[in-house]
Design a protein around this ligand. Structure first.
Ligand code: FMN
Length: 246
């Protein structure tokens, strides 16, 4: 089997890190790999803020709702939507940028950030490091904006912990692949059976880990998706000029 495919198929999030540092050379390799990724319109509207300082990582761990692995892993990268950068190009031509006020702009930036995140994760794992993406930074985006000194037209969308793995977690099972892949046309008729089976499988996974607090997939989503779990995103984005009203 191909090494790249093996790496993709062996993905897992790691939440247990040693204090061994990630070398400058490793970090440079990881960032260069992600920097080569594609962006819509070649806008290159994603910027990374690398935080290695332990006190600042501890602060981010707290802002993300108490996630100790952010303080533990030696590197934390925030992926920033950066329409401040694109604005400079637009204004150089005497035009005024409006894309940052639109759903299209936010959506495109989220896709490009997702590609960047995936490439960062792959590159780090290719070097034998562990990773876990952190959406929890959107719990308090304004505090992240202040901590990272982000200017108007920027927004901290997602973060990533990178470090040497202390304990390797088993892979988390997925729902049947037929709920992921649809051929020719979408077919939801297979979902209820697959969800029932997955709810059982995920409980077996929690039991295997000795996690008595584990919930089924359905219970977990029932708790989290019945509310807008990060309600500060919209007002914080709007106050940065990302109004999402076009
Ligand atoms: C965009 C994104 C945000 C995430 N945010 C968090 C987070 O804040 N904290 C955390 O511990 N895991 C976070 N995760 C990791 C998911 O919980 C994890 O990917 C999922 O449970 C599947 O487990 P696996 O990655 O080990 O296969 C995030 C994942 C993604 C893709």
């Amino acid at each position: 089997m191909n090494d790249t495919l093996n790496l993709l198929k062996s993905h897992r999030s790691s939440r247990s890190y040693t204090d061994q540092p990630v070398t400058d050379q490793m970090l440079d390799e990881i960032i260069q790999a992600a920097w080569r990724g594609p962006t819509s319109m070649n806008a290159q509207e994603i910027s990374l803020v690398v935080v290695r300082d332990a006190v600042r990582r501890a602060r981010i761990a707290e802002l993300a709702g108490g996630q100790p692995w952010i303080a533990q892993a030696p590197v934390f990268i925030t992926l920033v939507i950066d329409f401040n950068k694109t604005r400079l190009g637009v204004e150089k031509t005497g035009q005024q940028q409006v894309i940052h006020e639109s759903m299209e702009g936010f959506g495109v930036a989220a896709v490009d950030a997702g590609i960047t995140l995936a490439n960062l994760m792959m590159a780090a794992r290719a070097l034998g490091l562990g990773i876990v993406p952190i959406g929890g930074i959107r719990r308090n985006p304004q505090a992240m904006i202040e901590l990272l000194e982000l200017p108007p037209l920027t927004f901290p969308l997602v973060g990533l912990c990178i470090g040497h793995i202390a304990t390797n977690a088993p892979q988390k099972p997925r729902m049947d692949i037929n709920t992921f892949r649809h051929d020719e046309r979408y077919d939801a008729s297979r979902y209820p059976t697959a969800i029932d089976a997955y709810d059982t499988t995920i409980m077996e996974y929690w039991n295997q880990l000795g996690r008595s607090d584990g919930l089924t997939w359905s219970q977990n989503l029932g708790n989290s998706l019945k509310v807008v779990y990060f309600p500060e995103v919209r007002p914080a984005a709007a106050s940065q000029g990302l109004t999402n009203d076009k």
